[in-house]
Design a protein around this ligand. Structure first.
Ligand SMILES: Cc1cc2nc3c(=O)[nH]c(=O)nc-3n(C[C@H](O)[C@H](O)[C@H](O)COP(=O)(O)O)c2cc1C
Length: 239
């Protein structure tokens, strides 16, 4: 990496690579078994760690799961997911979502859910297939790499902002290597089990998981295109 101050726009192609990475990132929910080289994962994490953080606190800590460890974590989580009593007893350490929803958030949430299930041909009454699809989270959607993110629990909301930038950097850097990702709050329910298996320090708190690998272009769920509000819907300009 150079220390020279960068002044040029990043035009290496018709569209700057960074914008292309933003536009082609999507949450991928079916991966090929193709392994990802350790050097690639390290390069992605090194680049992602260039994310800003308040007073350069760098609040991230990542566990990279592959091979046997990944298989063991998947087996643990799937077993609980498929045991109604055990999964009902799970409680996330923090709430990713609000207890009470309101419009427009709940409408968008429902839409993405039904769009995904619609692609997969899962109907509203098909609880067994919904359960199975949700359970694919706990296989990291068959990705060869599972990432588990923690933060020191003394850190405040500001550090969670920093964390989001780091997570997005990982997802964009992955695109530069031809890889895809799926960020996963689903793992928050398994914080106690992950803490035990992965030997979290007492001050470590689970933030989320993320699947990383080569997306399966033939998987119908990977054709999901999620909508966004137009700029006029969320920005106002004040001259
Ligand atoms: C922090 C975070 C957690 C998420 N958790 C899950 C998850 O557990 N399972 C899942 O399938 N998708 C998860 N998503 C993906 C969102 O559903 C997805 O980002 C959203 O629908 C927009 O779609 P896109 O990512 O394809 O643009 C998560 C996204 C974020 C940012």
């Amino acid at each position: 990496m150079t220390n020279a101050f960068p002044t040029e726009p990043l035009h290496t192609g018709a569209t700057p690579d960074l914008i292309e990475a933003m536009r082609t990132r999507r949450s991928v929910r079916a991966f090929l078994p193709t392994p990802v080289a350790r050097e690639t994962i390290e390069a992605i994490l090194a680049d992602a760690a260039r994310a800003p953080s308040g007073t350069n606190t760098q609040p991230w800590r990542v566990r990279v799961l592959t091979g046997d460890t990944l298989a063991q974590v998947v087996a643990m989580a799937e077993q609980i997911h498929n045991d109604p009593a055990a999964s009902a007893a799970l409680k996330p350490e923090y709430d990713y979502y609000p207890a009470e929803w309101k419009s427009p958030f709940v409408d968008r949430r429902r839409k993405v859910g039904w769009d995904l299930y619609g692609l997969l041909g899962i109907g509203k009454a098909d609880k067994a297939r919904m359960h199975a699809q949700h359970g694919r989270n706990f296989r990291f959607f068959d990705a060869p790499v599972g990432l588990i993110f923690t933060i020191d629990r003394i850190l405040s909301q500001g550090s969670w902002l920093d964390y989001g930038m780091f997570l997005q950097n990982i997802m964009l850097a992955a695109r530069a290597h031809g890889l895809h990702t799926c960020p996963q709050a689903a793992w928050t329910h398994y914080h106690a089990q992950l803490a035990e298996r992965l030997a979290f320090a007492p001050e470590e708190m689970l933030v989320c998981g993320m699947a990383l690998g080569f997306g399966d272009p033939a998987a119908i769920e990977n054709s999901l295109h999620t909508e966004r509000e137009p700029v006029a819907g969320f920005a106002s300009f004040h001259d």
